[in-house]
Design a protein around this ligand. Structure first.
Ligand code: NAD
Ligand code: UD1
Length: 344
């Protein structure tokens, strides 16, 4: 019998890549997405890519009735939901400073409504999209999972709040399991070039900005600071291929199904840092495109450098990021060049 997983936010950047991995691993994913930052066309691409049909409903994770209906649907189909994978939420740090209540409403209240529906449906496992942003300013590097949580913006605080809520939720019932996945910086796209990241408006993040410069949509990259205490002065991050990150979710669901119940946190990163200029150079040499750039001042709120200690995920989840920076650049460029305007 197939194992169903409910995937909230499954049409998004990371969710869509994760669907591909779930389908390849023989799971039956059921998607709930309100398409506030994606479109149903993404799911058609996933279907074309995998040759499998995807069950999905348009709806909001804050709508209890749609959640109840999806859990019932899975039961009626003879494959009750065994685990929820919760991607749905808002993710822009700057916007979260300007509109904090939207973030607490979507990310925190949405998680409460979801957990309440899970209780009604007697679903006791959840994998949650947390973020390395929960750590805040690094006290030591690499970040290990026991680094104190001190997020510096409302978005990060919503992630830390949901992690705290999941710990309490698990403590209240010895049969419950929550796996918090603290992502570092996912970039790139599926190797087919069929699915990828399609940011609306001006990209906030480095990699989609680079690809948009390379395709001529933007004149030049603006590098935020070259006076950090890093080897070349530009910010250092732990970039990982989105398909490696997607695979981490399959491993996390497997872990949730086999481990003793409880609340767990895992860093998902490569354990290696790459600077802004190193990423630009790797992109240029891998793709043969030139990325003009200009050095500006630092972006407020940025840390100089951060990278993961992924050893807990390596050992306990049996997960390891296997793709290189060059793979990320090649696959991200394939997606951008084959889909200059994203999914539109
Ligand atoms: P995304 O915006 O591409 O995907 C999120 C999806 O959730 C979208 O399809 C959106 O339409 C949907 N959604 C949002 N609110 C919803 C709601 N209330 N009900 C139903 N659907 C809703 O973002 P992503 O990059 O794929 O990120 C997925 C998750 O991972 C988010 O929770 C994000 O905070 C977290 N995360 C992302 C990154 C990153 O670098 N992309 C890093 C750390 C954590
Ligand atoms: C940002 C978010 C973080 C989120 C992550 C992945 C902030 C403060 N943090 O992290 O919460 O989890 O994205 O979505 O926004 N850079 C440039 N020029 C650009 C864009 C970025 O030089 O146009 C630099 C940044 O200064 C940084 C590096 O590139 O040094 C990476 O930036 P970005 O891709 O935005 O990721 P983070 O800041 O790590």
């Amino acid at each position: 019998m197939k194992t169903s997983v409910l995937v909230t936010g499954g049409a998004g950047y990371i969710g869509s890549h994760t669907l591909v991995e779930f389908l390849a691993a023989g799971y039956h994913p059921i998607v709930l997405d309100n398409f506030c930052n994606s479109s149903p066309g993404v799911l058609r691409r996933v279907e074309a890519l995998t040759g499998r049909s995807v069950t999905w409903r348009e709806g909001d994770v804050r709508d209890a009735s749609v959640l109840d209906a999806l859990f019932s649907l899975a039961r009626e189909q003879g494959a009750p939901v065994e685990c929820v994978v919760h991607f749905a939420g808002l993710k822009a740090v700057g916007e979260s400073v300007a509109k904090p209540l939207d973030y607490y409403d979507n990310n925190v209240y949405g998680s409460i409504v979801l957990l309440q529906a899970m209780e009604r449906a007697q679903v006791r496992r959840i994998v949650f999209s947390s973020s390395a942003t929960v750590y805040g300013e690094p006290r030591s590097l690499p970040y290990t999972e026991d680094h104190p949580l001190a997020p510096t913006n409302p978005y990060g605080r919503t992630k830390a709040m949901v992690e705290a809520m999941l710990a309490d939720w698990c403590a209240a019932d010895p049969g419950r399991t929550a796996v918090n996945l603290r992502y570092f910086n996912p970039i790139g796209a599926h190797a087919s070039g069929q699915i990828g990241e399609s940011p609306r408006g001006t990209p906030n993040n480095l990699f989609p900005y680079i690809t948009q410069v390379a395709i001529g949509k933007r004149e030049k990259l603006l590098v935020f600071g070259n006076d950090y205490p890093t080897p070349d002065g530009t910010g250092v991050r732990d970039y990982l291929h989105v398909s490696d990150l997607a695979d981490g979710h399959v491993k996390a669901v497997e872990y949730a199904r086999r481990a003793r119940p409880g609340c767990f946190a895992f860093n998902l990163g490569t354990g290696r840092g790459t600077s802004v200029l190193e990423l630009v150079k790797a992109f240029e040499s891998t793709t043969g495109r030139t990325v003009p750039y200009e050095i500006l001042g630092r972006r407020p709120g940025d840390v100089a450098q951060m990278w993961a200690d992924p050893s807990a995920a390596n050992e306990l989840l049996g997960w390891r990021a296997s793709r290189s920076i060059e793979d990320m650049c090649r696959d991200g460029w394939r997606w951008q060049s084959q889909n200059p305007d994203g999914y539109v």
